[in-house]
Design a protein around this ligand. Sequence first.
Ligand code: ATP
Ligand code: MN
Ligand code: MN
Length: 307
Amino acid sequence: VGPERPDDADATTTIAGIHISSADREVFPDSGCTKSDVARHYERVGDRLVEIAGDRPLSLLRAPKGIDGDTFFQKHAGKGFPDAIKEIEIEESDGETASYMYATQPEAFVAAAQMGTLEFHMWGSRIDRLERPDRLVFDLDPDEGLGWEDVRSAAIDLRDRLEELGLASGVMVTGGKGVHVWLPLRRDHGWEPVKTFAKTVAHVLAEAEPKRFTATMSKQKRKGRIFVDWLRNERGATAVVPYSVRARPGAPVAVPVTWDELGTLDGPDGFDMGAVRERLTDPCPYLDAASDLQRLTSDVVDKLEAW
Ligand code: ATP
Ligand code: MN
Ligand code: MN
């Protein structure tokens, strides 16, 4: 932060037609990134976000005072939300309906940033067919003490396993500690078979190499291992949206990469908003992979069970 930056958190500015209040508030005090920096990032990636996350129920991680203040994870739409953020009633597991949020325009992400949103998380299905997931994600969560090499080789081994099943996957560094390996799915199945498939793959990995992998959430069992978190594939579960900023020191961004590029990275949190800006002239690895819809056929399931 240079001395010339006005010490005026009340400054306002307009980004993508959205009025941004407290534009100069440093929401990432460690790196000096402001609320308007975040809003501008979402303006820049807005078109991609609409393609990737548009029409999916979204949860927001909000941090109105920045990452050092209170943060909360918001699943349901609230009163006084801007019109740019659309609402849809969804039946929850208790049979009651609740109002969820989704976006159809780039401005929606900027409007959410105006409300103090730092992170976006999305469902694995879209609002036109909520009961048919079109995306499956393995969230690789390393225990503390494991290094980037361990995470990367785990992702590559998972990719190879999926390839043996005839399935092509994509990869994203989360901006946190791990990576997400994901598959674009044809909408052939409901949540249960998709979740069962993910669970089985995770357990196969853990049984084959119990020293490296665990398929159970318990921190105890994770000791020195990578948790292959398959629970992102339940109805109502979310995973962080590609190109979302993360509410962590340094303001890292979740970034989809190609498998080749994964091998060149030094860690899962190496991209900041500036680095993402430079990547936007290149094709998006997520969108490139997203149209190659994979099918969980009975053949795939038979092969999986034979492992
Ligand atoms: P990392 O690489 O550091 O693990 P991540 O995005 O995978 O980053 P996780 O802690 O593994 O973070 O969380 C997985 C997913 O669980 C998140 O992407 C998010 O969608 C969901 N999640 C996180 N926090 C909450 C919360 N408070 N309530 C509900 N779901 C959450
Ligand atoms: Mn994770
Ligand atoms: Mn997880």
